[in-house]
Design a protein around this ligand. Structure first.
Ligand code: MV4
Length: 501
């Protein structure tokens, strides 16, 4: 087993990985930039090394500095977390060449999944359902128009090198084709330095369902069921859960075995995720494979009892999966809320500054994966994710009730956050009954943000003073007056950073 792991990441995921290291008796080494001098990951690690200025290119995205440091401190392995170098085949290749264990897949698997058209061809050959469309880039306009005609409008033009929503355009009829074709090519070139594009049938009102897979270097493969990730805004996921209330046993059997086949097709090892769209008739289609540990991995851990990070480390060190597929059952229901330093009533503008009070919720069924505490600073340089709040319970309804309770307990002062916005999603009738798809927040999100704006407009200094005085009394002598804990007006979070005219 490894003796020391360098964690080439920051924030909550760096802390999450260090926790696994500590339990396994492995020394953890953090890297940190100027902006992260006081961050939790810097303080939590057994060893911490300053890596450079705050800009990612000078710190968390500086290949040679990280590799040189790993060698200097005798780290056996590097864990990339998510983002940064987690799916960078050049970095993985560098680790392979330098004989540093990369805690992730081989550079070959990452490359195979990196091209969307190549991945689609691979899936087709492996019997994994793909969205109807082309598996080769479109070489000219006429070829595109004829392919789109055969597929049937509406279609989507997608960048072969894309992913995560960048470089995508919907076309509803042949007249729109020329302009969209040229614009998508230009965008793809600008974003990925590669203007190859291909065509897919546009799937109407799908759910975003992904399957957690895991494999070792000995050819053992398993899946850890699905996650429902449809509650997103501009490709930023906000709420994830497992299992999906939409996926029944028959659909689960089909989608999880498709996902395992996808992993086998690129001789995958490590934890990975196979993303699908599922239409209202429960037909599902491969979208892409994420060759990394994902942000939302905790919901899977909560329902299976498997520690994905420990498994990843064990796999990278040459070990076998610690379990067999037939040993793993879905136990209860887990939901994750991403707590962001963003202002929902100001079009989700990131909010930066020092967190001067941070009190996470506690009690039965609560897990908080955070990277910041009182005194930490949210900076402009990185993702504004403060924490992930994961609630587990025996079924979906009680997990939602627990989530509402936990969000009500959360106190974050100093930066504006999305806690009140999240609460309103959990109170939404359609969310409660599982009636939502990837478009849910484009409508409901706006409504909720508008409600929050209205509440602020009626709020006054006197209201704020009244709430704070009730709260202060509660804290010292117990509750005198029953407050509606679901009302934002009764929560300090709502008042934090409020700009009075
Ligand atoms: C689609 C689609 C509808 N039809 N492909 C967006 C991110 C990228 N991974 C693929 N995406 C989509 N591909 C077809 N043929 C709709 C989306 C999509 C989406 C997918 C998953 C989660 C959220 C999404 C939000 C908007 C669009």
């Amino acid at each position: 087993m490894f003796k020391k792991i360098l964690i080439a990441n920051r924030g909550e995921i760096a802390v999450r990985i260090m926790r696994a290291c500590r339990e396994m008796g492995i020394t953890s080494a953090a890297i940190y930039s100027d902006a992260d001098k006081k961050s939790l990951h810097t303080r939590y690690a057994d060893e911490s090394y300053y890596i450079g200025e705050s800009t990612s290119s000078q710190s968390y995205l500086n290949k040679s500095k990280i590799i040189d440091l790993a060698k200097k401190i005798n780290a056996d392995a590097i864990h990339p977390g998510y983002g940064f170098f987690s799916e960078n085949k050049d970095f993985i290749k560098l680790c392979e060449d330098e004989k540093i264990n990369f805690i992730g897949p081989s550079s070959v698997s990452v490359s195979m999944m990196g091209s969307k058209t190549a991945a689609r061809q691979l899936m087709k050959n492996s019997g994994v359902p793909i969205v109807p469309g082309t598996t080769e880039p479109i070489s000219n306009l006429d070829e595109g128009i004829s392919a789109a005609g055969l597929i049937g409008y509406p279609v989507l033009l997608k960048a072969s090198a894309g992913g995560g929503g960048k470089g995508m355009r919907k076309i509803s009829s042949a007249d729109e084709f020329k302009e969209a074709f040229e614009a998508t090519k230009r965008e793809a070139m600008k974003a990925f330095g590669d203007d190859s594009i291909y065509i897919e049938k546009f799937i109407e009102n799908p759910k975003h369902i992904e399957v957690q897979v895991i494999a070792d270097k000995h050819g053992n493969y398993a899946h850890l069921f699905e996650r429902e990730c449809s509650i997103q805004r501009r490709h930023q996921k906000i709420i994830e859960e497992s299992p999906s209330s939409f996926v029944d046993d028959a659909a689960r059997e089909r989608i999880t075995s498709a996902a395992v086949n996808a992993a086998k097709s690129c001789r995958y090892y490590n934890a990975g995720t196979v993303e699908f769209l599922m239409d209202p008739d429960k037909n599902f289609y491969f979208l892409e494979m994420n060759t990394r540990l994902q942000v939302e991995h905790p919901v899977t851990e909560m329902i299976t009892g498997i520690d994905l990070v420990k498994e990843q480390i064990n796999i990278a060190a040459g070990g076998k999966l610690s379990f067999k597929q037939e040993d793993i059952k879905i136990h209860g229901h887990a939901i994750e809320s991403r707590i962001y330093a963003e202002d929902p009533s100001e079009n989700f503008l990131p909010s930066v500054g020092e967190i001067y009070q941070y009190i996470p919720p506690q009690g039965p069924g609560i897990r908080v994966d955070d990277g910041f505490g009182t005194g930490s600073e949210i900076s402009v340089y990185y993702d504004p994710l403060i924490a992930k709040l994961i609630c587990w319970s025996s079924d979906r309804d009680s997990a939602i009730a627990r989530m509402k309770r936990a969000l009500g307990e959360y106190r974050i002062a100093g930066v504006i956050n999305n806690i009140e916005f999240l609460k309103k999603i959990f109170e939404h009738e359609d969310f409660k009954v599982g009636k939502f798809d990837i478009n849910f927040l484009s409508k409901a999100g706006r409504q909720i943000a508008d409600e929050l704006v209205k509440l602020r407009q009626v709020a006054s200094h006197e209201d704020a003073a009244a709430v704070f005085s009730v709260m202060a009394k509660e804290k010292s002598v117990g509750r005198k007056k029953k407050l509606d804990y679901n009302s934002p007006l009764n929560n300090e979070n709502f008042w934090t950073g409020l700009r009075y005219e």
